[in-house]
Design a protein around this ligand. Structure first.
Ligand code: GTP
Ligand code: SPV
Ligand code: MN
Length: 603
């Protein structure tokens, strides 16, 4: 049989045999018009953004340099958890919190979907590296995609192109990540601005370190270095190799005495990671710098401490609610340009706008590409609309954000969005108790995933949609991680909730920059300087123990935000029991012991 000729297929800038044969195999299956190896250059960015403008996918912004507005198909706006699969060889390795299908069966289905799926389009091969390029063992991947939107987004979100390919060598290992929007074009057929397919699959094959994604162009479904690689596949690598891949921001906190602390925090999607990562403290003398806003890879260093690295190169942040009052550092970052905005509103003078930015202009083009005025009943921007912007242009990035060795973590925060029950901050009694807090974390669902919003669900370590294996084994891995280290070198674990509400539904805690007061208390606990009440759920400060100087908020609200209510917690117990019952036999005994001890303390 003669090899198929597809323009560009033989112009590979590498001799990596496994990579070349996989690219050929995919091209022969998907039948693109041409193959292009992404090099990550400015020229490539210019060419592809121009092509996206031509196609009607992008509108260049007049008010922000080198920046573009995009509106997706209205059905393709968020992660699709129902269509996300962990295809482990053994179903028992997938567990009850993930969807599973036999890998051979899934490959059969998806191979037929991919057959000819890139017809009429260009197939891009994107070599990329998650985490710093100069890491001793760079974490490499290749995404094959037929979406220009994905290529330019990967320019921002990852280290990619020629500089990543240079680290592959002749035979280096890499994660294979295949993506097709599933919208082939017949000869002469007109394209649409946001091609996608009603049939969607986001599939991980953990043993093969392989990702297959089909049908969606949205961030978390299509930028495969992000959730698919850096959490679902990496969590399996981390289990096998003794480290942690987590849905966490990383921030650097400097005290007035110039002491430096690094904090990692896991909150579910759209629950405040980006905002905390870029916080502007309201208390004098404290400083926050950012290392990452969504994902942390944590490994033990030679000194026995846990070091965190951000695998990403950009922020893919929730737009609504972001403005100069809530997150000025995000605003300053996107003002510099070089950014993509998806599903926000477009102003008549060529800028972006979204809910939470203050007074709306008299007229906008909504994310649905309709005329919008302040009288419109619909929102101008989708609640999960996002900005995509390079970390490098964030004024408060920590200088060490690209250190391949990472930064030593002093505290881990778990948190969720709960209107009741969970105090503003609780310090765990020890690592095992902290793991129990994380494993039973709960939060109201948000628009970051397709489905009902505002329903309380368990979201362990904010990783429910991202654990690449059995949740019970994942809990055990967290317990084992603690056992493998000196207890006094482990980060202290805290549980926070910025979202508790009063009877009239208002937030009890002002949040955002004021969260620096909560960070300060945590650091003072680590330093042994702050007092706390011992309660059945852990150590909780009273309002007197938080620095509330110059805080413009009713004292009763603060007290209510910090309240431990035994009745609310007794009502929580059956939900935790139900959750553990769902996980089944693999819930670690130590966590069952924690639950029994909590029940005893609650009486
Ligand atoms: P993903 O990118 O989906 O993982 O989300 P995230 O965890 O980074 O959440 P983000 O910081 O983008 O915040 C999501 C929403 O929560 C935004 O609308 C914020 O305005 C809001 N939010 C963030 N922090 C606070 C806070 O301290 N208090 C209140 N009330 N809202 C907050
Ligand atoms: C999230 O949903 O947690 C995100 C956005 O950070 S996405 O990349 O779509 O997953
Ligand atoms: Mn996230």
């Amino acid at each position: 049989m003669t090899a198929v000729t597809i323009p560009g297929l033989d112009q590979a800038p590498t001799n990596h045999a496994r990579l070349l044969s996989w690219v050929r195999e995919v091209a022969e299956l998907t039948c693109p018009d041409e193959v292009v190896w992404a090099d990550g250059s400015q020229d490539e960015w210019d060419r592809l953004t121009a092509k996206l403008v031509d196609a009607g996918t992008f509108v260049p912004l007049k008010k922000k340099p080198n920046s573009f507005w995009a509106a997706s198909d209205p059905t393709d706006v968020a992660r699709v958890e129902e269509r996300t699969f962990i295809c482990s060889v053994d179903e028992a390795d997938c567990g009850p919190t993930n969807n599973w299908m036999d890998p051979a069966e899934m490959k059969g289905i998806m191979t037929e979907l991919y057959r000819g799926s890139m017809r009429g389009r260009t197939m891009y091969v994107i070599p990329f590296c998650m985490g710093p390029l100069d890491a001793e063992k760079p974490m490499l991947g290749v995404e094959i995609t037929d979406s220009e939107y994905v290529v330019v987004s990967m320019h921002i979100m990852t280290r990619m192109g020629a500089k990543a390919l240079a680290r592959f060598g002749e035979d280096g290992d890499f994660v294979k990540a295949l993506h097709s929007i599933g919208a082939p074009l017949e000869p002469g057929q007109d394209d649409v601005p946001w091609p996608c397919n009603d049939t969607k699959y986001i599939t991980q094959f953990p043993e093969e370190r392989t990702i297959w994604s089909y049908g969606s162009g949205y961030g978390g479904n299509a930028l495969l270095g992000k959730k698919c690689y850096s959490l679902r596949i990496a969590s399996v690598m981390a289990r096998d190799e003794g480290w942690l891949a987590e849905h966490m921001l990383i921030l650097k906190l400097t005290s007035p005495e110039a002491k430096v602390y690094y904090i990692a925090a896991a909150f579910p999607s759209a629950c405040g990671k980006t905002n905390l990562a870029m916080l502007e403290p309201t208390i004098p003398g404290w400083k926050v710098e950012t290392l990452g806003d969504d994902i942390a890879w944590m490994r033990f260093g030679k000194d026995g401490r846990l070091y965190a690295v951000n695998p990403e190169n950009g922020f893919f942040g929730v737009a609504p609610g972001t403005d100069y009052h809530t997150n000025p550092n995000a605003m300053r970052t996107i003002e510099k340009g070089n950014s993509l905005f998806t599903n926000v509103a477009l102003t008549d003078d060529g800028d972006v706008w979204w809910e939470g930015m203050g007074e709306p202009p008299a007229h906008l083009t909504s994310w649905k590409k309709q005329d919008w005025t302040p009288d419109s009943e619909e929102l101008s921007s989708h609640p999960n609309s996002r900005y995509c912007t390079p970390i490098a242009q964030c004024d408060i990035k920590a200088p060490e954000w690209e250190d391949p060795n990472g930064v030593p973590i002093s505290a881990i925060f778990f948190g969720g969005r709960r209107a009741t029950t969970i105090p503003l901050i609780t310090e765990s009694r020890d690592w095992q108790h902290g793991v129990f807090m994380g494993a039973t974390l709960s939060s109201e669902t948000t628009a970051a995933a397709v489905g009902q919003v505002g329903v309380v669900r368990r979201d362990p370590m904010a990783m429910l949609p991202f654990i690449g294996y059995h949740a019970g084994d994942y809990f055990q891995h967290w317990i084992d991680t603690g056992k493998s280290a000196d207890a006094d070198k482990l980060p202290k674990i805290f549980y926070v909730n910025w979202f508790r509400r009063g009877e009239d539904k208002r937030f009890l805690w002002p949040g955002f920059g004021e969260n620096s007061r909560v960070l300060k208390w945590a650091i003072e606990r680590i330093e042994g300087k702050a007092a706390a009440r011992e309660t059945p759920i852990g150590h909780v400060p009273t309002a007197d123990e938080l620095d509330l100087s110059d805080l413009d908020a009713p004292r009763e609200d603060i007290a209510a935000a910090l309240d431990f209510d035994a009745d609310e917690w007794r009502a929580e117990i059956p939900m935790i029991e139900e959750w553990f019952a769902k996980i089944g036999d693999k819930v670690p005994t130590s966590l069952r012991d924690e639950l029994e001890a909590l029940k005893l303390r609650l009486g």
